[in-house]
Write a protein that binds this ligand. Sequence first.
Ligand SMILES: Cc1ncc(COP(=O)(O)O)c(C=O)c1O
Length: 442
Amino acid sequence: MPSDPTSAAVLSPHLWLPFTPNRDFARQPKILAAASGVHYRDTAGRPILDGSSGLFSVAAGHGREEIVRAVATQLEQLDFAPTFYRAHPPGFEAARRLASILPEGLDRVFFVNSGSEAVDSAMKIALAYHRARGEARRTIFVSRERAYHGVNLGGLSLAGIVNNRRAFAGALPGVPLLRHTLLPGQRFVLGEPAEGAELADDLLRIIASHGAENIAAVFVEPIAGSTGVIVPPRGYLQRLREITRAHGILLVFDEVITGFGRTGQAFASQSFGVVPDLLTMAKAITNGVIPAGAVAVDRRIQQTIFDAAPEQQIEFFHGYTTGGHPVAAAAAIATLALYEREKLFERGRALAPYFLERLATLRELPVVADLRGYGLLAGVEFAPDGAPGARGYRLQQTLFDAGLHLKTTGDTAILAPPLVATPAHVDEIVSILRRVLAAERV
Ligand SMILES: Cc1ncc(COP(=O)(O)O)c(C=O)c1O
């Protein structure tokens, strides 16, 4: 390891990057060496505006002293504790704090290390619940086209991203998919589209062909995030809720991106007024500082699972060595305290109209094929240039060089600035986008 962490010598062929064209990366590496507030710095010390909160994680901005201190203090006090047959104080406190911002009744918290683990854990909780009720036949999961639920084999089976599944398809159970909710011809709708709630009736078609008595749960992201920001039509989630409830099917919201103020409330469940049975979260739970995730579970579901097992017997045979790690719990407590003290969900909600309004001005650029968004989450879709995704890949590199970090998926840029961003940061995001996109030929 070189002593200067910004030295070019940090580059080594030993590091295999995830979800990255590694060989191309080696030719034009983008290295993040430091961060504070809403900016990263590259190895030359050049500021790069963080347009995607890292990877939808750093809601409170980078370098938050309170979280750093909480992590350091926890490391000194109790660096590791198993959570099988044991517990620790920050675990209880993190769960209690989460329960206080979760939808009413959804207040039992199972900790994991990531969004992918949260999704797989939620799948198993759903199966355990039905089995506990004597409905062990309910093993089918339903998901949706253009969904992303992580990369573990459970969540991958739910996902509707073809490239992620292609190499592993044979290892995945088949999952019936609802249609996605981006209607043909629907473009430049910011906020909830007025049309399309009836797409939820797709679930009735799936029920008719598979039998409700065989279906365990429906998984949806309230807003599909990683596949390009698809906002649900008004009434769609309510309709899914009605149908799942009527047929004894659990509804799971995957809020790994939409949680923690991204949509103006603590969770999108609250923004859209629909309470699921299970809710998965990760990323901003610790402001991205320490890996963590969780499943919030309706207390009646937990009770059913507990009641089915004799006392002194494990109720749920599942868990990860580092799930609910004391340091992650301490980071979550400090993060949730920051969100509350600085009223960051309200702050994000207040900034959202300006953010969406300013982004909407990019509509006039020929390369901008669509704009979608809700809260502080937006997708800017580019007209394709040759192979699908080629322009998106090229543009995220060019934008980085122009001083803006953002995530692209295919030909869509996904913007999710930290909740602490100001209108001036929004202006800067839009101005960099405008400058770079205006140079694109269509
Ligand atoms: C909705 C959703 N679920 C699950 C995941 C997977 O989370 P992780 O990468 O922490 O495993 C993601 C990641 O972006 C996500 O957006």
